[in-house]
Unconditional design. Structure first.
Length: 447
């Protein structure tokens, strides 16, 4: 993969690493590659609530229009809305300006193809190649230059579509909701209110700088508190671009992506709607999910981290449900990427139809203790752990110590100067010490 793109598009500190110049080049090269010289081509652009969004959108639009492609600007919308509206508008591509769960100083640019799927590594490499060889692109003039169009009703079109994916009314359910001051601040309350849920919403007043600040899916404690305060049946917390969801049961306990896949997988299987009785997850999912699915005559397939790799496996093998522990859940029958709002209403539908409490639905799966520690390393050296003799020897020692009753997973962050150390086993205190020790060794070796 090229040096610009990480596991989920291009990310960096806005106006420092992710500059207007780079955004312009990405818009220009992306439009050139993804429209392939087509006449009357158009690209959908959406963004989250970060203050740098307008700046980067302007640069992207300039780049797109400079190669004769029109830009449809739909404003602040969830990432999965861009995937859906790209298909609905029959656009040639979609672009999201967001850094998801990252702090406000960061921003990102990620692309969808004309079918609403994230780009392959190969296509991203082609875009990077064009950026480095810009002289290949001809500059149209006169009436051939692209134009910008502002679309005002994208949020409503997206939520109207989501309502068609279920046939359940949420009357009588009390829902606590944390919008993370992010992209779903308008869409999520609108959707749940139109489904007649009794909702209490927090962090739905973005000001450009409060996105993800002690709120949303990366800070579910606020949702846990709200659930207990109002006596909610369920809590839902979204990340900055609303492509993922963390839920909370009526007791205030976390229901993460693994639990959601277990609950929805069993429900879909009971309805004959789970192809091959299989769920697709990543290597980060807890072994408890594997055990639960097998106990309930379902299979699990694992991919590397990143919801686009989950989607690829689903497309290749014909599966319909997959996702990540972090809350990126893909219902491929309805959308082409992780979708927090879609996940919310699918999960609440199971809750409503089952006449059970959320804690009852979640209790079937028993998670093994899992510890994740981030090792702060040099951005340039973060992939070198694979070649470091001392680090490799320490990993081998840990694996031998577990003897099949735990596991070690080491992976570099796709966007930050971090190596993530995940240890899973039976004893929390033991695996915490192991994870911290291994992270310390990695930091020392890769600083």
């Amino acid at each position: 993969m090229g040096s610009f793109f990480g596991t989920d598009g291009v990310r960096g500190i806005a106006n420092k690493e992710l500059t207007c110049e780079l955004a312009y080049k990405l818009g220009r090269a992306g439009a050139y590659i993804l429209t392939e010289g087509k006449k009357n081509a158009k690209i959908v652009i959406g963004m989250d609530t970060r203050i740098s969004g307008d700046m980067l959108e302007s640069a992207l639009v300039a780049g797109i229009c400079s190669v004769g492609v029109d830009a449809l600007c739909i404003g602040v919308v969830p990432t999965p809305a861009v995937a859906y509206l790209t298909r609905k508008y029959k656009a040639d591509a979609g672009i999201v300006i967001s850094a998801s769960h990252n702090p406000v100083e960061y921003n990102g640019i990620k692309f969808f193809n004309d079918n609403g799927y994230k780009l392959t590594d190969e296509i991203e490499d082609k875009i990077e190649g064009i950026i480095k060889n810009d002289d290949k692109i001809e500059n149209p003039v006169g009436e051939k230059v692209g134009k910008k169009e502002v679309v005002d009703n994208g949020v409503k079109e997206y939520t109207d579509y989501l309502k068609t994916t279920i046939d359940v009314d949420f009357t009588g359910l009390k829902v606590a909701m944390d919008c993370g001051n992010g992209a779903c601040y308008e869409a999520a309350p609108m959707l749940l209110e139109e489904l007649n849920a009794d909702i209490k919403v927090i962090n739905d007043e973005p000001n450009g700088i409060n996105i993800n600040v002690e709120c949303g899916s990366t800070c579910p404690e606020k949702t846990q508190e709200l659930v207990k305060e109002i006596g909610a049946d369920i809590g839902i917390a979204f990340d900055g671009d609303a492509d993922r969801l963390i839920a909370v049961d009526e007791n205030g306990d976390i229901v993460d992506g693994d639990y959601i896949m277990a609950i929805c997988g069993e429900y879909l299987k009971s309805k004959g709607k789970l192809p091959k009785d299989t769920v697709v997850a990543t290597v980060m999912s807890n072994m408890g999910l594997d055990i639960y699915l097998k106990e309930n005559t379902m299979d699990i397939v694992k991919t590397k981290v990143g919801d686009r790799y989950v989607v690829k496996e689903m497309l290749d093998k014909g599966y319909s449900l997959g996702g990540e522990q972090s809350g990126h859940i893909i219902f491929l029958d309805y959308n082409t990427t992780g979708d927090g709002l879609l996940t919310a209403i699918q999960l609440i539908s199971v809750l409503k139809e089952s006449n059970k409490k959320m804690s009852q639905l979640a209790k079937g799966m028993k998670k093994l203790p899992q510890i994740l520690v981030n090792a702060k390393v040099s951005q340039e050296k973060k992939k070198n752990y694979l070649n470091d003799k001392i680090i490799k020897e320490e990993i081998t020692k840990v694996e031998e110590r577990f003897k099949g009753e735990g596991r070690v997973l080491i992976r570099p962050s796709g966007t930050e100067p971090l190596v993530r150390v995940m240890i899973e086993g039976k004893d929390t205190d033991e695996i915490k010490k192991i994870a911290e020790n291994l992270a310390g060794i990695i930091e020392k070796r890769l600083k």
